[in-house]
Design a protein around this ligand. Structure first.
Ligand SMILES: Cc1cc2nc3c(=O)[nH]c(=O)nc-3n(C[C@H](O)[C@H](O)[C@H](O)COP(=O)(O)O)c2cc1C
Ligand code: SF4
Length: 387
């Protein structure tokens, strides 16, 4: 089997990637309640870095006190969290990968029961799965969150992260401002496309004022399709890319990742992944930018990644569940040992957000969560593998 495309290094603005495999952002709900990095977080992300992937993305890290989606999500901002984040960046890099920090604010899809915080968004909205009415953000609160995003970008780069990935997908706050489905504001943050882009523009301008040139290291996860009337469509990615690249004059820079869906339409994501829609949307985006684009969503094997690189003009391949299920996937494939790879069976267990105890773990790779690690011998993973 030849893997010459996926194993090829890629020169980036932050230095060379050893290959084209990206560990997609996976938030694991294992941080301290303050949002600090701890041994569990280091254990998970270094296991992803030891997979051999060229780039490891740290999952959704909240820039604001009320921006998290769970009680144990990572946070950035308070200086007390800096040492842990610096250690995390350095630990991943010590394994030979570049490292990106995904930053987000949950916005109107928040859940007070999980985060202990009020739920806010561009406009009032109740996520059907959660049932909490989000309050409309005041102009002063919007300005405060723009500042928090800008500070987070500058801080993350100073702490040693190679890239920052803005989460502009999955119905989180920046996405909510862009999408007419969520954003019904009557002021200068709502209505026209320029107004809906204002929040993102302000984040860019405030970050660039603090640290000129920093936006060349800022990438983004974009939503190609929200699967809902009034939501975003593939063509909407063009304006977002224009805003991000304005700071760098379009002259090289961080990467983009293409995703889709919001909480309310989550069930429509998986059929779209299986159809290969995500990879085609990534190919479409690659035609709109000279920056590297990551195709992801449902990639289960290295061979599949190789085929997508051959079929689409994308630079990188992202995997989340395949690497959770078997962090040795790349090493095994390159050694001709694919037969021993534990292939994700899409059981959904790792999607802790759907579970009442919010415990992150994988059926095939028990031990990411300390509680499950202690009882790992009770899990019948080998038997399940043979199903
Ligand atoms: C446990 C878990 C946590 C995730 N956390 C994040 C996250 O923090 N940010 C994000 O953008 N996507 C997150 N995702 C989505 C993945 O990055 C990826 O887009 C999705 O799982 C589809 O890719 P895959 O088929 O390779 O898993 C998460 C997925 C899983 C399973
Ligand atoms: S828990 Fe299930 S869905 Fe998640 S990575 Fe493991 S096998 Fe795949």
């Amino acid at each position: 089997m030849s893997y010459h495309r996926i194993t090829r290094p890629l020169a980036t603005v932050a230095g060379p990637l050893r290959n084209r495999l990206v560990c997609s952002p996976v938030s694991v709900n294992l941080a301290d309640p303050s949002g600090a990095v701890n041994d569990e977080i280091l254990h998970f992300y270094t296991s992803m870095a030891r997979s051999g992937a060229g780039l490891v993305t740290i999952g959704a890290t909240s820039v604001s006190p009320e921006g998290g989606s769970t009680e144990h999500g990572l946070k950035i901002g308070p200086p007390a969290l800096d040492d842990g984040l610096r250690q995390l960046a350095s630990a991943v890099k010590a394994c030979g990968a570049l490292v990106s920090l995904q930053v987000f604010h949950v916005g109107a899809q928040g859940n007070t029961a999980h985060s202990g915080q009020p739920v806010v968004g561009p406009s009032p909205y109740t996520c059907p799965d959660i049932g909490i009415l989000a309050e409309e953000l005041s102009l002063s609160a919007i300005a405060r969150i723009e500042d928090e995003f800008a500070e987070a970008i500058v801080r993350a780069l100073a702490l040693g992260f190679d890239f920052v990935e803005l989460h502009i997908a999955h119905g989180y706050l920046i996405h909510q401002f862009l999408s007419p489905f969520f954003n019904r504001r009557q002021d200068h943050y709502g209505g026209s496309p320029d107004n809906r882009l204002r929040f993102l523009c302000a984040i860019r301008d405030k970050a660039e004022t603090r640290s000129p040139g920093c936006f060349r290291r800022v990438g983004a996860r974009l939503s190609a399709c929200d699967f809902i009337a009034g939501g975003l469509l593939p063509a909407d990615m063009k304006a977002v890319v224009g805003v991000i690249e304005q700071a760098s004059g379009g002259d090289g820079g961080a990467y983009y990742v293409v995703s889709a869906g919001i909480y309310e339409t989550a069930r429509l994501k998986y059929p779209a992944m299986r159809r290969g829609d995500y990879w085609r949307w990534a190919g479409y985006l690659a035609g709109l930018t000279s920056r590297p684009v990551v195709a992801q969503g449902g990639v289960r094997t290295l061979l599949q990644g190789e085929e997508i690189l051959a079929a689409q003009p994308v630079a990188l391949i992202g995997m989340a569940q395949a690497l959770i299920a078997d962090p040795d996937l790349l090493h095994k494939a390159l050694a001709g040992d694919e037969g021993t790879t534990a292939v994700c069976i899409e059981c959904g267990r790792c999607r802790y957000i759907k579970r009442s105890d919010l415990t992150f773990d994988c059926l095939l790779e028990p031990g990411y969560h300390p509680r499950v690690r202690d009882t790992a011998h009770h899990l019948a993973a080998p038997a399940l593998l043979s199903n």
